[in-house]
Design a protein around this ligand. Structure first.
Ligand SMILES: [Zn+2]
Length: 687
C-alpha cells in the first residue's frame, strides 16, 4: 500500500530521521552511465548482488553525523534542497509585495530562522492552547478539545502516512464506492512513538527505548513548567501504552478489505461508545458530515472507550505533551533540542541536528510546497527533459500491455480490465497541472509558531472543504522538488516529480540501458502498483470492485506467499527479520518494475544488443544500474524502525529482487550454490 517508491518522513518531529546526506554522489558525477567506481568486483553477483553493485561505495561512505542514513535518494534530496534554498534567498531579496506567495516564502523562512526572537518569546505562543486544555472540566469538553486537534495528517493510499500523534487522523480522498467524490477517511492515532511495537514489544531494544522515552517525556513536562513531571510522564505513557493496545498492525492497515467500513454518524455512538462524537465532530468542523470511511474500526472503538475510562487529568496531560511535541520545532531551542535528543538520536541514531537552514527549507517545503514547487519546476525542469521522460513512460506502459497480453494465469476478462486500467492511467511528469492557492494562508514575518499553527489549520480546512466535491483525477500528491514517485490508486494516476527525473536516475546523456535500469525500474514499480494486492482492489475508474476471478486471486496469492517467504528470510540484525507480509506490495512492485523495464529496454534495441561499456554488457549494465538505485547506509536505530514501520524493504534487499529474473542469471552467469541462487521454479513470477 505504500505506493511511493520510498517512504516520506513526516514533518516536523521526524525531520532528523529523513534519509539524506552531503556525501559524494553514489553514481559517478563526471561520466554518464553506471558508477563503475562503486562496484566491488571481489563480491560475486550471485552471492550478494547489492554488495557487488555498491560494495566500494559502502566501504568508503560514512553517514554524516546529522543523518540517519545516506543513499542515492538522499543525495538528490540534498541537491533539490539547495535549489529550494536558492529560490528562498531570491524571494527574500526581491522585496516581493505583501500577500504574494513570494512574500510568504520569504517571511515563513525568515521567521523560522530568527532563533533569537523564538527563544525570547519562550512558551508564550502556547498560552492560549494550554489555557484551553486547563479549562477542560468534563468529558464533553474533553471530546471537543480532542476534536480541535484533528488534522489532515495521514495518507492511506498515496504517500502512505499511517501514524498521527492526534487521537485520529483524517484523510480526504475519492470514496471507495463513489470515486467521483471526495470522502473523509479516519485512521487510528494517538501515539508519539512510531508504532504500537514501540510500546508493546518485549525485546530488550524496545525496553531500552521506553526507558529513554520516559526520560524524554519527563524532560518535556519539566521544560513546559509543569509540577510533578515524572508522575505526568508515567500517566501519559501509560495512556499511550493502552492506546497502542487498541491499534492494528501495519500489515493489517495495508489490507484494503479490512478498511472498507462506511459508518454513518449514528454508527459512531453505537459502535464506538465512550467519546462524545457529537462534540468531537462539531469541534473539528465536521458537524454536518453524515458518513465517514473508518479505516481501523477496532482501534476507533478501543480509543473511544479509553476517552471514557481514563481520568480526565491524564488526558489533559496527554493533550499538553502532544501540543508541545507538535510545535517543538518553532519553540525555544531547549524544547527543540530535547525533542531531537529522543526522536533524532534515540529513535533514528542521528548524532547531531541539521543546520538550521536545512530545517528551514524543509519547513517551507512542508507549508508552502506548491508555491516553491512552481518556481522550482520552471527553473530546474526543461521541456526536453519532460518530453524524454514521457517517451520513457510510454515505452514502459507498452511493455506492460505486452506482458499482460501474454499472462496465461489471468482470465481474459481480468486481462481486459487490466488493459483498461493502463489505458485510463494518468501519468503526471515533472509538475502538476494546477497549483494550490495559498491566498487564505496568513504568514507573518515575526511569528514562527503562528505560521506553523495556521499552516496545519489551513491545510485541514482546505481538505474538509473538499468533502463531497467532484474528484480532480489530475491532482498531484507530491511537489516537483520531492525526490520520489507515487501511484494514486483511487485516481488511477502516477506522479513523477521533476526532482527524481535527474541523474543518476535519469540522465539523457547516459546509455539508454542505464536509464532503463535506473528510472525505468522506478516507473515500472509505480505502474506495477496498479495491479498489486492494493491496486487490484480498484478498477479502471478507481472504484473498489473485485474484477479478478477466484482463480486469478489464487495464483496471485500463491506467488505472493512465495515472495513473502523470500523476504521473511532476510535478517538485518540477529533475530530481526524483514516482514514479508508488510512489504509484499512494494516487493511485488520492484519485481514487476524490473521485469517491465527490462522488456522496455529490450524493445528499444529492436533486436540488437546494447554496446558493452567499461567491460559490462548491456544486460549487466541494466541490472547494475537498478542495484545502484538502492545504495544506502542506515544507522541501526533507523533501520530497526524502518523494518517495523515501513512498507518498503531495506535497500539492500530491494536490490536482490533480481534473483527472480531469468535474465539476471544469464547476465552474470549465476550458478546453483551461490547464495542468491533460486532454482527456476522457485523464482517468483507475477507480472
Ligand atoms: Zn511503491
Amino acid at each position: 500500500m505504500r505506493a511511493a517508491i520510498v517512504l516520506v518522513a513526516a514533518f516536523p518531529a521526524l525531520v532528523a530521521a529523513a534519509q539524506d546526506n552531503n556525501a559524494a554522489p553514489a553514481r559517478k558525477a563526471a561520466g554518464h552511465g553506471i558508477a563503475v567506481g562503486n562496484i566491488d568486483s571481489a563480491i560475486k553477483p550471485g552471492d550478494d548482488f547489492y554488495g557487488f553493485a555498491n560494495g566500494a561505495w559502502v566501504a568508503r561512505t560514512e553517514i554524516p553525523a546529522d543523518r540517519a542514513g545516506i543513499g542515492v535518494f538522499a543525495i538528490l534530496a540534498d541537491r533539490s534542497n539547495k535549489n529550494v534554498a536558492a529560490i528562498i534567498e531570491e524571494a527574500a531579496k526581491s522585496n516581493p509585495p505583501a500577500g504574494s506567495d513570494t512574500r510568504k516564502i520569504a517571511d515563513l523562512y525568515n521567521a523560522y530562522m530568527d532563533e533569537v526572537a523564538i527563544d525570547a518569546r519562550g512558551l508564550k505562543p502556547l498560552e492560549p492552547q494550554l489555557a484551553a486544555i486547563a479549562a477542560i472540566h468534563d468529558r464533553h469538553d474533553l471530546a471537543a478539545a480532542l476534536g480541535k486537534t484533528l488534522r489532515a495528517d495521514v495518507d492511506l493510499l498515496n504517500n502512505a502516512v499511517f501514524s498521527t500523534p492526534n487521537l485520529f487522523g483524517l484523510w480526504v480522498a475519492p470514496g471507495f464506492s463513489d470515486s467521483d467524490h471526495y470522502m473523509p477517511y479516519l485512521l487510528q492515532g494517538g501515539l508519539e512513538m512510531p508504532s504500537r511495537s514501540y510500546y508493546l514489544d518485549d525485546s530488550q531494544h524496545m525496553k531500552d527505548v521506553r526507558v529513554q522515552y520516559h526520560t524524554h517525556v519527563t524532560a518535556m513536562m519539566r521544560l513546559a513548567g509543569f509540577d510533578d513531571p515524572e508522575g505526568r510522564a508515567n500517566r501519559v505513557i501509560g495512556l499511550e501504552h493502552d492506546i497502542a493496545g487498541t491499534h492494528i498492525s501495519l500489515a493489517d492497515i495495508e489490507d484494503i478489505a479490512k478498511a472498507n467500513n462506511l459508518w454513518t454518524r449514528e454508527d459512531f455512538g453505537a459502535k464506538a461508545p465512550g467519546l462524545d462524537w457529537e462534540a468531537y465532530f462539531e469541534a473539528a468542523g465536521l458537524g454536518g458530515q453524515k458518513r465517514f470511511m473508518v479505516w481501523t474500526p477496532t482501534a476507533l472503538t478501543g480509543e473511544a472507550a479509553l476517552v471514557a475510562s481514563v481520568p480526565i487529568e491524564t488526558w489533559k496531560d496527554w493533550l499538553r505533551l502532544h501540543l508541545i511535541e507538535a510545535y517543538a520545532h518553532v519553540l525555544p531551542h531547549a524544547v527543540a533540542d530535547e525533542q531531537f535528543s529522543f526522536f533524532g538520536k534515540v529513535l533514528s541514531g542521528v548524532q547531531q541536528q541539521r543546520p538550521r537552514w536545512q530545517l528551514g527549507v524543509n519547513l517551507v517545503n512542508a507549508d508552502l510546497g506548491d508555491a516553491v514547487g512552481q518556481i522550482y519546476a520552471q527553473k530546474y525542469f526543461s521541456p526536453e527533459a519532460k518530453r524524454e521522460a514521457q517517451a520513457m513512460v510510454a515505452n514502459l506502459i507498452a511493455a506492460y500491455h505486452k506482458r499482460i497480453d501474454q499472462l496465461t494465469w489471468l482470465a481474459p476478462s481480468t486481462r481486459a480490465e487490466a488493459q483498461a486500467k493502463l489505458d485510463t492511467l494518468y501519468v503526471g511528469i515533472g509538475y502538476p497541472e494546477s497549483w494550490k492557492d495559498y491566498s487564505g494562508y496568513e504568514v507573518r514575518p515575526d511569528d514562527a509558531f503562528g505560521n506553523s499553527w495556521r499552516a496545519s489549520m489551513w491545510e485541514f480546512e482546505r481538505e474538509v472543504a473538499r468533502i463531497g466535491k467532484p474528484v480532480d483525477r489530475h491532482e498531484w500528491c507530491m511537489e516537483p522538488q520531492t525526490v520520489n514517485a507515487v501511484n494514486l490508486p483511487l485516481q488511477n494516476a502516477l506522479n513523477f516529480p521533476a526532482a527524481i527525473l535527474q541523474p543518476p536516475f535519469f540522465d539523457p546523456e547516459a546509455p539508454a540501458v542505464v536509464n532503463y535500469g535506473a528510472i525505468g525500474t522506478v516507473i515500472g514499480h509505480e505502474i506495477s502498483h496498479t495491479f498489486d494486492a492494493e491496486g487490484s482492489a480498484f478498477d479502471s475508474k478507481g472504484r473498489v470492485r473485485n474484477w479478478w476471478t477466484t482463480e486469478d486471486h489464487a495464483h496471485f496469492e500463491e506467488q505472493a506467499v512465495k515472495l513473502e517467504k523470500q523476504y521473511d528470510a532476510y535478517e538485518p540484525f540477529p533475530g530481526v527479520h524483514v516482514n514479508g507480509k508488510q512489504t509484499i506490495d512494494e516487493n511485488i512492485a520492484d519485481l514487476g518494475g524490473v521485469a517491465a523495464a527490462y522488456d522496455g529496454y529490450r524493445a528499444s534495441l529492436h533486436g540488437g544488443e546494447a554496446p558493452t561499456q567499461d567491460g559490462f554488457t548491456g544486460d549487466q549494465q541494466f541490472f547494475i544500474a537498478f542495484g545502484q538505485n538502492w545504495a544506502s547506509k542506515t544507522r541501526e536505530a533507523a533501520l530497526r524502525r524502518q523494518v517495523l514501520t515501513d512498507g518498503h524493504s531495506p535497500g539492500q534487499y530491494r536490490a536482490d529482487i533480481v534473483r527472480n529474473s531469468d535474465a539476471w542469471y544469464k547476465a552474470f552467469d549465476v550458478k546453483s550454490g551461490e547464495r542468491l541462487y533460486l532454482a527456476p521454479d522457485e523464482r517468483v513470477r507475477i507480472w
